[in-house]
Ligand binder design. Structure first.
Ligand SMILES: O=C(O)[C@@H](CO)OP(=O)(O)O
Length: 402
C-alpha cells in the first residue's frame, strides 16, 4: 500500500478541480425479513437515484471481503490509506476530535458510559445514549480519580462517549480493551499485549475499578468500558499525497479526529445535515477536497431502528441537489461500512459507491442501493481504491509510465 500512496503522490498534480466525498456512515444494510428490502432499497431517494444515473457505480469492501470494520479503518480506506497498514486507535481519534492536545507518550482511550445489571453484566453499552451534559458532569467526577504514578484526564465527547487520557512515564498502548463491544458480557480486565504494556494495563484496571465505585449509584450510567487505547500515530499527509487543499465537515468529533490525523483542516459545523451543507457552501471557495460526514445512518442502524434509518437516508437525499449546485468536478457518495439495522451493528457487507464526474463513463445503474450498484461499472473494489478513481476523474493524475 505504501507503493499505492507513493505512486499517487508521484502522479498527482495541482489543479483547480474540486472533489466532494460524501460519506453516509453505516449506509449499507441487509434485507428486512418482512419486505426483503434493505434500508436503501426501502427509502425514497429520487436525488441519489438521479445521481446514480449519471455516475459510475459499484460496491466497496472497506478493508477486505468478510471483514467488519470500525469507522476508523473504514474511513482510512476511503482516504486511500490501507487500513491493514495504518491502524489508528479509537482513543486518539476521539481525543483529536475534541481538540484535546495529545502529548507524545500519552495513551488515549475511548470510553462509553454503560449500564450494568446487579451481576455487573453490560445491559446497555451506551447507557441509553445519555446526554452530553450528563456525561460531562460524570466525567468531571472521574477526573478526581488518583492512579499511582499516572495522571488521568477524563473529557466528555458526545452523548455517552468520553475519552480517558493516561499521562506518565513508560506508558504504551500495547494492551487489550475492557469494552467487549457487546451486551450480555462483563467489562473485561485489561491485559498487556507486550511486557512494556504492563504499567498501562495496571493503570487502566486501577482507574476502571475506582471509576465503577464512583458510578455505582448512578443510573443509567452506572458503568464504564474503555477501548481503542492508542498513542499519536505518524501517517503520510493526505494533502501532500493528493496535492489537495483538504477539509473535513463532520458534526461527530471522532471523524474530525481522523481527518486531523491525516492533516485535513477541520471546519467547525453544527449538528444537522443542513448545518454541514451550509459549512460546505461557506468554505467551498477555500478548499478543493471536502470530506462531508453523515452520522445518523450509523447510529440508527446500531440502534436497530430500520424505519428511522430509512428516514435518515431520505433526509440526506433531500440535500443532494444543494451539493450538486456547487458544481464539484467529482462527487463521490458512499459509506465507510454497512450497519444493517436488523443486525444492530457494523457488518462485513460491501457498501454501494458512486462517482460522478464529466469523464466518469456512466453505467446502466439508475438507483443507489446495494442490489443496483452490484451491476455498476466500478465493479467490486476496496475502499482504498476509490480515491485513485476520484482523482483520475478530477483529471489530477498524470499518466503512469512511458
Ligand atoms: O461511537 C459510536 O457512534 C459507535 C460506533 O463507532 O460506538 P459505540 O457503539 O460504542 O457507541
Amino acid at each position: 500500500m505504501k507503493d499505492q500512496l507513493s505512486l499517487l503522490q508521484t502522479l498527482s498534480v495541482e489543479t483547480d478541480s474540486k472533489i466532494v466525498m460524501l460519506v453516509l456512515d453505516g449506509i449499507g444494510g441487509i434485507p428486512h425479513p418482512d419486505t426483503g428490502l434493505t434500508e436503501l432499497e426501502t427509502a425514497a431517494t429520487p436525488n441519489l437515484d438521479a445521481l446514480a444515473a449519471i455516475s459510475i457505480c459499484g460496491m466497496s469492501d472497506p478493508v477486505m471481503p468478510g471483514i467488519t470494520p470500525g469507522s476508523a479503518p473504514g474511513h482510512l480506506g476511503l482516504f486511500g490509506y490501507d487500513p491493514l497498514e495504518y491502524y489508528i486507535g479509537r482513543g486518539v481519534l476521539e481525543a483529536l476530535g475534541i481538540d484535546f492536545e495529545l502529548r507524545d507518550g500519552d495513551v488515549a482511550a475511548r470510553g462509553n458510559f454503560c449500564t450494568l445489571d446487579e451481576n455487573g453484566i453490560i445491559v446497555d453499552r451506551r447507557a441509553g445514549r445519555i446526554s452530553t451534559g450528563k456525561s460531562t458532569a460524570l466525567a468531571e467526577q472521574l477526573c478526581g480519580i488518583d492512579v499511582e504514578g499516572v495522571e488521568v484526564i477524563v473529557k466528555a465527547v458526545k452523548d455517552h462517549r468520553i475519552i480517558v487520557v493516561f499521562r506518565g512515564e513508560g506508558l504504551t498502548d500495547k494492551i487489550t480493551d475492557s469494552d467487549p463491544q457487546r451486551v450480555g458480557f462483563r467489562p473485561q480486565t485489561v491485559e498487556r499485549l507486550a511486557v512494556d504494556g504492563s504499567k498501562m494495563a495496571e493503570a487502566a484496571n486501577q482507574f476502571i475499578e475506582k471509576a465503577l465505585h464512583v458510578l455505582k449509584n448512578h443510573h443509567p450510567a452506572n458503568g464504564l468500558v474503555l477501548r481503542g487505547f492508542s498513542q499519536k500515530p505518524d501517517l503520510p499527509g493526505f494533502s501532500e499525497i493528493y496535492k489537495l487543499k483538504a477539509c473535513a465537515i463532520a458534526s461527530y468529533p471522532m471523524y474530525r479526529g481522523l481527518a486531523k490525523v491525516v492533516g485535513m483542516d477541520i471546519i467547525r459545523t453544527g449538528q444537522t445535515v443542513q448545518d454541514e451543507i451550509q459549512s460546505l457552501v461557506e468554505n467551498y471557495r477555500k478548499y478543493n477536497y471536502f470530506f462531508v460526514h453523515y452520522k445518523p445512518t450509523d447510529a440508527t442502524g446500531e440502534d436497530g431502528k430500520f424505519e428511522r434509518k430509512v428516514a435518515m437516508i431520505e433526509e440526506l437525499d433531500r440535500v443532494i441537489p444543494q451539493i450538486q449546485a456547487l458544481g464539484p468536478d467529482v462527487l463521490v457518495v458512499t459509506g465507510d461500512h454497512s450497519t444493517p439495522a436488523v443486525m444492530k451493528g457494523h457488518s462485513w457487507h460491501s457498501v454501494p459507491v458512486m462517482i460522478c464526474g464529466a469523464f466518469c463513463r456512466p453505467d446502466n445503474v439508475n438507483s443507489f442501493n446495494e442490489r443496483a450498484c452490484l451491476y455498476g461499472g466500478l465493479g467490486h473494489l476496496t475502499a482504498s481504491q476509490i480515491m485513485p478513481v476520484a482523482m483520475a476523474n478530477a483529471m489530477k493524475l498524470e499518466k503512469y509510465g512511458a
